[in-house]
Design a binder for this molecule. Structure first.
Ligand code: GUN
Length: 297
């Protein structure tokens, strides 16, 4: 029997624990605050940001939302970040990506105070992760790591294949699985669009993390019997539905489920964990900035 990994349930448990720690911080007069910054009219980005704000409310984190006109000069966004860096009630800052073409993404990521960088994308935090001394772990790969732990999937000594080399998911995922730490110690292969013979690498994988942004790219015929399959993809594909599209992952779920030992669905797998880890990082940021010790879940 294939286990369907229930990301909604694991994320709900984590949110309960986070809400509990938020109450502990309140005893010291601290209310964690997360600022989301949106410089886009992309409907998907708007939806993601509003979901993040809703999550904050659920666990007692103060959500602060700032919109920057997508046609404004880049400097307007940089100054917005400076203002948020300076605010004592803002512990975490997330600038929703992508930003418009006239804005330099690297400048945006560098401008955020590393202590408020709840995405974990500032070069200092990227460096700390690679060096084995992470502060804020990027939310999606951290969420995947928590999911694997929740389902007792052994990473130590496992052959893990990460499909995709993005800065947001693929690279930090590979680094986390490689860490000499719990949830790590895997033998990690990173595959991407120029990988030759992807099939041969997947065939040997105990754990597959699919994060290539390609609809149903990995199918059951490529997988080892009993593999754990984590699908990070959320792709809109045209479909005869009311919305005109449907959401599919990077894994062909039906064929993969026949072979996998455990698999995440889309939606309801990694997505809710990504959102929960943002709350987790915000909680951690607030506890650090006020020097109040809490037992992080
Ligand atoms: N756009 C898509 N994923 C992310 C993410 O994890 N963080 C931010 N800031 N923007 C995104």
């Amino acid at each position: 029997m294939t286990t369907v990994i229930d990301g909604e349930a694991v994320a709900a448990d984590l949110r309960t624990e986070i809400a509990d720690r938020v109450e502990t911080l309140a005893e010291s007069g601290v209310k964690p605050g997360l600022a989301t910054v949106l410089m886009s009219t992309d409907p998907a980005s708007e939806t993601y940001v509003s979901m993040k704000q809703r999550d904050c409310e659920e666990v007692g984190i103060e959500g602060i939302h700032v919109e920057v006109d997508p046609d404004a000069p880049a400097e307007t966004l940089y100054e917005t970040i400076d203002d948020l860096n300076a605010r004592d009630d803002v512990h975490g800052i997330l600038v929703q990506l992508p930003v418009p073409d006239h804005v330099d993404k690297r400048t945006v990521l560098r401008r955020i105070d590393p202590e408020k960088d709840v995405d974990g994308f500032h070069p200092e935090n990227v460096g700390r992760l690679v060096a084995g001394d992470p502060l804020f772990k990027p939310c999606t790969p951290h969420g995947v790591q928590k999911l694997l732990a929740a389902y007792d999937v052994e990473t130590e000594g496992a052959d893990a294949v990460v499909v995709g080399r993005s800065d947001i998911v693929g690279k930090p995922m590979a680094n986390l699985l490689l860490q000499k730490a719990p949830g790590g110690n895997a033998t990690v292969t990173v595959c991407h669009s120029r990988t030759t013979d992807l099939e041969a690498r997947l065939e040997a994988a105990d754990i597959v993390v699919a994060a290539a942004g390609l609809p149903e790219f990995v199918d059951g015929s490529m997988l080892k019997e009993g593999a754990t399959v984590i699908d990070v993809g959320i792709n809109r594909v045209e479909a005869d539905t009311e919305r005109g599209y449907e959401l599919v992952g990077d894994v062909d779920y039906d064929s993969a489920k026949e072979v996998a030992g455990a698999i995440t669905p889309v939606p309801g797998g990694v997505g809710p964990m990504t959102r929960a880890m943002l709350l987790y990082n915000t909680l951690m940021a607030a506890s650090r900035q006020h020097d109040v010790d809490i037992d992080l879940p």
